[in-house]
Design a protein around this ligand. Sequence first.
Ligand SMILES: [Zn+2]
Length: 364
Amino acid sequence: MTGDRVYLGAVDVGGTKVAALVTGIDGEIVARKEEALCTEKGDFLLQQDEDNERSVAWYGPASQIEGMLHRMMEEEGIDALSGIGIGSAGPLKSGAIKNPPNFAVSIPAGMPPSPLYVPLVEPLERAFRAPVTLENDCNTAVLGEAYFGVGGDVPDKESLHLVYVTMSTGLGGGVWSGGHLLLGKEGNAAEIGHILVKENGLRCGCGNDGCAEAYCSGRGIEQNARLHLVNNGMRAQSLLLDLLEEEAGKKGTPKQRSRWDLLGFITPQIVFSAAEEGDEIARGVIDDFIHYGGIVLSAIANAYDPAVITLGGSIAVNHPEIVPPMRSEMCKHLNVSSPEVRITPLGKRAVEYGAIVLAQRARG
Ligand SMILES: [Zn+2]
């Protein structure tokens, strides 16, 4: 049933999965599909990029998205999409993802290993003959929050001042301030994961020491737990070690493994479970997560003076108990009135909802 109705495409591209939606013009969801990101298919092309550098363009994700949207259109009897919005993990450049750190893809022999571009805008505009907008996932998520989440019932978007913070593998954010998305000179306005929270602190994935992300993210929890276990020589009678033994057993690894091998089985979920049961090491790691998380929230509040900070990402959504203590820590460092801090009502789908807003805007 297409009639004269207008349809949009909305896409969330993560490090390991792709979610795609077909919606009506007001964002009502008609169909949704989610798949693992396929890293084994797709054409590779040699190209020159803007800096005249030899680079590789990989079209796998674009053709996977095209396939997902086309299948849904076919199932729903829809002929055309009027606009497509894509929220994607960065870094983004010229309508493509450039050197995605988390995509496990093998570049064919004879091609330069980097830079690798994953073009999304141009191939999808060609495939659907519709305008496509691409934005980084955190900026996309705050759009979702402003239009479908905490700001959903607020008709006057100019009165909204909110920050969305994602706490998942990494730590990131997006800022909606007085009617618009805050964007810096390269579109990276809220790299809040790399706000310094401790001089000479733990090493961050970005190469600097003491970033908030080094403590307040899935990767941070794993690294911090590993460090504490190594520092006490893996000797302590620890519930955390017992849980890791159990996990290693479930994964079917050989019994003769050394205790050091257990370090490879640490996940944020296991650290949270051990902390709940009173394990001292795990408790220390989660206390660090909350402490430095509170400090980075205070930096956000002091910098942007939002009315609401929403927390999304798998760690925040799965562990709402972190909110009250993190908020208390934040309040110790404020020079503005305290913002409300809460888990996003959009759960794990803030980027998808934001991509609908991007699609509405792409259509113009
Ligand atoms: Zn960093």
